[in-house]
Write a protein that binds this ligand. Sequence first.
Ligand code: SF4
Length: 508
Amino acid sequence: MLSTLSEKKMHVVRWGVFLAWCLLIVSLFYDPVSAVLTQPENDWSWLADPTLAVATDPAQCVSAQGYCVSLKPYAIGTRVFWGMVVPSAIFVVLVFGHEFWRRICPLYFFSQLPRALGMKPLLNIERNTWLQNNHFYVQFVLFFLGITARILLINSVRSAVGVFFILTLLSAAGVVALYGGRSWCHYVCPFGMVQTVFTGPRGLLDSQAHQAAPYSLTQSMCRSVDSQQQEQSACISCKSACMDIDSERAYWEQLRKPGRRLVQYGYLGLVIGYFCYYALYAGNFDYYFSGVWSHESRTVAALIDPGFYVLGPLNAIPKLIAAPLTLAAFAAASCWLCTRFERHYRGYLKKKQSLAATELSLHRMFSVCTFLAFNIFFIYGGRPEINHWPVAAQFGFQALIAIVSSLWLYRTWGRSQRQYQKESLADKLRRQLKKLPVNVAELLGNRPLEQLSPEELDILAQILPQVTAVSETPAYSHQSLPRTVLKRRPPDTTLRKTTLPSTQIRQR
Ligand code: SF4
């Protein structure tokens, strides 16, 4: 959606978002003013928190493990970040597409500091085959540690969140200093993994990189502005296939990569486990929905509280152990269940003699998982804030979530790698069919080639050479050619050329 907006404009936007994030980080260490916004008597403030007014009333207070959670007016930094920024980012990725997020991401912006300082990457990512092959595992583990840390500490301990953000910023810049490009986003960033889950082959409003003109700057591809104010590729081929150049190509190429299942199935389990743990810990769901976890005062002392209050107040597993245990159990159960469903579905597709049953079963299971994760996230995530809205707005928002996620699933369900390849080649085939020594439009009843769908072009490109016996004209991809014709043709690099920048083509 943002792929065509100029880099100069986006640079200004990124500065704005980054400065807002810096302000948030500073406020986590020192904020003497925003607490007034949460005082329940301040009707003029949309952040006024009614739970504070009843915090000492045992009949109405928010309780955890049988006691009223101790509350007082609080600085808003953690509430704003976890309750508003994080849900907004997830919504943006699925609806507006990864290219929107990745062009405004403040963490990406800061990670490019080494490049802005003119530093060359210290190492070549090509040589780190371990990281290239296992980055999904790395990102999943970091994500797991991150949400465990949220439950235990950084949901509400503001200085800890501040330190966490600063370390994250430094890590991002450090990884890019080592490997350049967007190596942080592709290989390490835990939110990069979440983007992989919620984008799938393409976000709802993502642009279509594979149908763009050859060598154009697509999606969120790295770019810079030269001295003539022209935008140019700044790609250093840090990733193949790169999600920022063509998310759908990256999706199909990574579908069977090690760790891809874990990312998709495990993430669904982590989303469910994360929200369920609050109820297991507190003994009620009200604790989560009230949002008190973002500003309660005894977070550190609570680390040794009984971790599973639902099992009784005296169970011996402390929260410190119970939280990661719960998350791991949900992730493992989700992986196990989804893998079984996938296997059954693959068997069903094979029985129906469906082509590419393995690819299709993976793709559709992944799509269903994304749909479920998005809906489950918005049943819980952001809910502490949404619950303050008027009832009609709450229903409206939930309807919006259901509609956009259903639309996303509808558009994604029928996709396949074959379809993607046909669409990628359509323009090239049209141009080459026009060069044939026959009037193709006339053969088609005066239907211009521009009106043919990628499927029709694909069929035409397969049969026309045989019908016309003019096999010397390179009008088709080599998968579709008869063997005899194929032997006479040089290798076809059409697909690569239409989807990769020149640097990546050269590198290969
Ligand atoms: S492969 Fe190129 S465009 Fe993609 S993230 Fe790396 S440097 Fe940027």
